[in-house]
Design a protein around this ligand. Structure first.
Ligand code: HDD
Length: 719
């Protein structure tokens, strides 16, 4: 189901609310002219002298104005574009004169007379930002259309063909063209060994070389050069009928060039010749204009052209396919801020509005992969589309979040879909189950669909559930119960249990009961958008390998065993356990009421590692409580100790009580030695030497099992 109208309206309202909030702040704003301030608006009292300790003393760290001013200044430069670095732009509009409904559904190409705002940047392919305008080079002709359906970037050039056919060769071309890496020369020129070395080995570049060596490479003015989209794109009308299309900008002032000798001299006399020419013309009100002319080619006709239309080293002669003039481009406003506009403008040939599509041109396809990363690297992060010059004029409802330099202020909790929280209704943005669309190159079917078997979402969830041990199942139920108990919206809890009904009915029921949901309804889940009713059958019912319980591993190395002690502790059996644990590379940690030492029943001092009140059973894998009447009495009177032992028991850990320490299990109903020893993971030992060997064996075996989940009624244990 496509995005609902209700959802769009809600988003529009949210956007309005965000705008209104900003306006509330703006109501307090004052005009920015007047006294100098810091970027935070704090008045600057002296912009000439830094703050010093006395007239001849050192600078003071508290001169935050100086520090901020320098810190900002040091970061003023950003990386220049890796190619097309030298350039400048202007604002204007595109006006459609010939509606194109029979060719494309793009809204701005359907309404004659409608003006679409544009920003255009002209550039040199080769030179750095500080090079000269008039050198022999291909010129960039990039147009950003701010349409009501989003931004469309036509990122073309003043030549209709390119040097390479495949994007794989683009970095090589640029490396060959740029100054040679060992000495950094020559700047902004193709007249050197590496370029011609590469070009001579790449016969596909020959056609573009002809253009590069022609007068087209020395335009008299950007206003006097034509532009080309270069690649074949594809128009698709409202009925899905495709046409190949090639874009042409035809300069109203005609095509005029400089002589090579002139171009060279001007490069020295006025490196900014072309950008100055554009700026001055616009300032004088002589707004430069271009016609947009299209070569429209039915797909069936493409094959009869005599060359491959998807090859970007080929042009379509106008005599074969006469261009149809459909509108005009007018540049009528110079930017206010070169950096914020001409420099920060970010083009991307993949920004296409509905009704305009790519083709399989391998160069174009490669371009689609390149520009996003380039803009992020250049403009410092993923939010470059929020910069004023790149911002669309239509509403933006993107779910992208956060990132450096975010300026948009989002609304509400929902930045994902499908969702139901924002509107109360279920919203899902997908194309449904339409058949795959044929691709423009006519070879492959394009689709966002996955293979049918991917529609089975539950069979393996059930398989997992059936494979794990009963204790693990209890934990799964508990985890669902716990998580859903934190969910405040009843409809969400219900949806989860309805889905779980497809996994296991008992699981679903137990979860539903605990979270106040109605009886799980598998059919309700099946009726939901995005749900696909398919259940694959595995040749086996369960997989024991999936149960955690069957993967105990080997040994007990690094397990942490707590030993709870108090004065009067009997250490005979404990010593044997400690020695065995040490040999197995497990750790024994002694805990008592206080850190320091306690006296044993035999009058020796026993080192204490941690205090009971600052530790907890959850930090250990098992607990040992050695005997000794006085010791046991002291521990029984210590709330921390009793909680420690009972909690370890409740959590299924190995609990070892020696001699009279058995008494401490009385509150668990295990005061009787036989009853206690019958419980899994409870080891009841004595201090007499003959029984120690068995005690050690039992304890190590129990510890190796890690947890003992078969203990009955653990939920009744108060811990
Ligand atoms: Fe590109 C920028 C034109 C192929 C990768 N390209 C860029 C600009 C223009 C073009 C005019 C500058 C836009 C502006 O003013 O900001 N590019 C073309 C043309 C191509 C072409 C006409 C061939 C038909 N480009 C091309 C390929 C790749 C790139 C094959 C890489 C696979 N182009 C980039 C880039 C740039 C870029 C590295 C550099 C700076 C930037 O993006 O912002 O991503």
């Amino acid at each position: 189901m496509p995005q609902s109208k209700q959802e769009s309206q809600r988003r529009a309202k949210a956007n309005e609310a965000a705008a209104a909030k900003l306006k509330q702040l703006e109501a307090f704003a004052e005009p920015s002219e007047g006294a100098l301030t810091t970027p935070d608006g704090i008045a600057v009292t002296d912009n000439h002298g830094s703050l010093r300790a006395g007239t001849r003393g050192p600078l003071l760290a508290e001169d935050f104005f100086l520090r901020d001013k320098l810190a900002h200044f040091e970061r003023e430069r950003i990386p220049e574009r890796v190619v097309w670095a030298r350039g400048a732009g202007a604002h204007g509009y595109f006006e459609l004169t010939r509606p194109l409904g029979e060719y494309t559904s793009a809204g701005f190409l359907n309404d004659a007379g409608v003006r679409t705002p544009v920003f255009v940047r002209f550039s040199n392919l080769t030179g750095s930002q500080g090079s000269a305008d008039t050198v022999r080079d291909m010129r960039g002709f990039a147009v950003k259309f701010y349409t009501r359906e989003g931004n469309w970037d036509l990122v073309g050039a003043n030549m209709p063909v390119f040097f390479v056919q495949d994007a794989m060769k683009f970095p090589d071309l640029v490396h060959a063209l740029k100054p040679e890496p060992h000495h950094g020369m020559p700047q902004a020129s193709s007249a050197h060994d590496t370029f011609w070395d590469f070009a001579s080995l790449m016969p596909e570049s020959t056609h573009a070389l002809m253009w590069l060596m022609s007068d087209r490479a020395l335009p008299r003015s950007w206003r006097m050069m034509d532009g080309f989209g270069v690649h074949a794109f594809r128009f698709v009308n409202a009925h899905g009928v495709p046409h190949f299309v090639k874009f042409h900008w035809k300069a109203r002032l005609g095509r005029h060039a400089l002589l090579q000798a002139e171009a060279r001299r001007i490069a020295g006399l006025d490196a900014d010749f072309l950008r100055r020419d554009l700026w001055d013309a616009i300032e004088q009100g002589c707004f430069p204009e271009w016609e947009l002319a299209l070569q429209l080619i039915p797909e069936a006709k493409a094959a009869s052209l005599g060359f491959d239309l998807l090859d970007p080293t080929k042009l379509v002669p106008e005599e074969l396919v006469p261009p149809l003039v459909v509108g005009k481009l007018v540049l009528n406003r110079n930017p206010d801020d070169f950096f914020a506009e001409s420099e920060q403008v970010a083009f991307h040939p993949g920004r296409l509005v509905p009704g305009i599509e790519f083709t399989g041109d391998p160069l174009l396809q490669g371009r689609l992969m390149s520009y996003t990363g380039s803009q992020m690297a250049r403009l410092g992060g993923p939010n470059y589309a929020q910069l004023p010059i790149n911002r669309p004029v239509c509403p933006v409802h993107a779910f992208h979040r956060d990132g450096a330099h975010r300026t948009a202020i989002g609304q509400g909790a929902v930045s994902y879909e499908p969702s139901s929280l924002a509107t109360g209704a279920e919203v899902r943005v997908d194309g449904g189950r339409e058949a795959p669309q044929p691709h423009a190159n006519g070879v492959e079917a394009r689709t966002r669909l996955r293979a049918n078997e991917f529609d089975d979402h539950f069979s393996q969830a059930s398989f997992f559930w059936n494979s794990v041990s009963p204790a693990e199942r209890d934990h799964i139920v508990g985890a669902f119960q716990h998580e859903l108990a934190q969910v405040r919206v009843p409809a969400i809890r219900q949806r989860v249990v309805d889905n779980l009904a497809h996994v296991d009915s008992r699981l679903a029921r137990k979860v539903a009961e605990a979270v106040g949901a109605a009886a799980p309804d598998a059919k309700a889940a099946a009726g939901r958008a995005g749900f696909r009713e398919l259940r694959l059958k595995l040749p086996i019912e369960t997989s024991p390998a999936l149960a955690m319980e069957n993967g105990n591993g080997h040994g007990i190395a690094t397990r942490r065993v707590a030993v709870l002690v108090a004065p009067g502790v009997e250490v005979g059996a404990l010593r044997a356990l400690q020695q065995a644990l040490e040999e197995a590379r497990a750790r024994c940690i002694l805990l008592a009421e206080r850190i320091g030492s306690v006296a044993t029943a035999a009058g020796q001092q026993l080192q204490v590692d941690e205090s009971l009140c600052s530790s907890a059973s959850v930090l250990f894998d098992a607990v040992i409580v050695p005997g000794g009447a006085a010791c046991v009495e002291a521990l029984a009177a210590n709330g921390h100790a009793m909680h420690f032992i009972h909690e370890a028991f409740k959590h299924g850990k190995t609990v070892c009580v020696i001699g009279d320490a058995l008494k401490l299990l009385e509150p668990l109903g295990l005061g009787d030695a036989q009853a206690a020893a019958a419980v899994a993971g409870v080891i009841v030992g004595r201090n007499d030497p003959p029984s120690r060997v068995q005690l050690v064996q039992d304890f190590l075996a129990a510890l190796a099992r890690h947890r003992h989940w078969t203990r009955a009624h653990l939920d009744r244990v108060a811990a």
